[in-house]
Design a protein around this ligand. Structure first.
Ligand code: NDP
Length: 249
């Protein structure tokens, strides 16, 4: 349970990557300012987080299950938080999707919007009433540079982040009246499992009906150059965690 003076921070998608690192960074804060509720959809994946948290686990860091695509799971998770009191919500969970639009089914596209857009909307709707009542709170959203600019072959991912940016920009104005802050973080490439998962999906991708030029451009030009960009410019999850900590301080 949080000590008085500690801020309760709930983070989505803490099984790996940026979410895991934010959870550990805040839980290990030298002044113990945060009580971290690290959530993940499958608690069987908790080992990496628990190991990285070390002594903080069970003290300044606790775990709860949460699937941002499920109304029921979101409601259940928030109702498990004492008095539903969350000072800072960090919407980090997200999925990527790469490839020519002709190769991607509408179902796969919906999954991306379900997670990256509706996942954030569900969480905000659930925490907003308590934050409004207390007239305080901070909602942080992990967007992307692709929430600001379209990138070839990332059409659907980009659209999901643009949608979220639009939603949050509009919400920020309403929330300001209640002294609730809304911040967006827009990282460039970050070395996490995100890229690996997308590349695994691409390896299984089929291209029926896609013109030969597009397939060649995607496989022979786009993919190698995007890997080069990741190598050259990729930040670490620690970089993003430090930035997130600055944003909430
Ligand atoms: P990871 O794939 O390492 O982490 C994504 C996290 O989201 C995982 O914990 C995953 O859980 C979780 N997640 C996915 N779907 C759900 C769901 N339905 N409910 C709850 N959790 C879910 O990637 P990153 O750490 O890189 O990504 C974190 C965020 O950063 C994302 O929003 C992404 O869009 C954004 N971002 C990433 C960049 C990058 O280059 N890596 C660049 C810019 C932004 P599970 O293990 O269960 O799949």
């Amino acid at each position: 349970m949080a000590n008085s003076g500690q801020k309760v921070v709930l983070i989505t998608g803490c099984s790996s990557g940026i979410g895991l690192r934010i959870a550990v960074t805040l839980a290990k804060d030298e002044k113990k300012r945060y009580h971290v509720i690290a959530t993940m959809r499958d608690l069987k994946k908790k080992d990496k987080l628990v190991e990285a948290a070390g002594d903080a686990y069970g003290k300044t860091l606790m775990l709860l299950p949460l699937d941002v695509c499920s109304d029921e799971s979101v409601k259940q998770c928030i109702s498990n938080v004492k008095d539903r009191h969350i000072d800072i919500l960090i919407n980090n969970a997200g999925v990527g999707l790469l490839g020519p639009v002709e190769s991607i089914s509408i179902e796969e596209m919906k999954r991306v919007f379900e997670t990256n857009f509706f996942g954030v909307v569900r969480m905000i709707k659930e925490v907003m009433p308590d934050m409004k009542k207390r007239r305080s709170g901070h909602i942080v959203v992990m967007s992307s540079v692709m929430g600001l600019q379209g990138v070839v072959f990332n059409d659907v991912y980009t659209a999901s982040k643009f949608a979220m940016e639009g939603f949050c920009e509009s919400m920020a104005v309403q929330l300001m009246k209640f002294n609730i802050r809304l911040s967006m973080i827009e990282p460039g490439p970050v070395h996490t499992e995100f890229e690996t998962k997308m590349m695994e999906d691409v390896a299984k991708m089929e291209y029926p009906g896609v013109d030969a030029d597009t397939v060649r451009y995607f496989k022979d030009v786009y993919l190698p150059s995007s890997i080069d960009i990741f190598e050259a410019m990729g930040q670490t999850p620690e970089d993003i965690a430090k930035c997130t900590k600055k944003v909430i301080e």
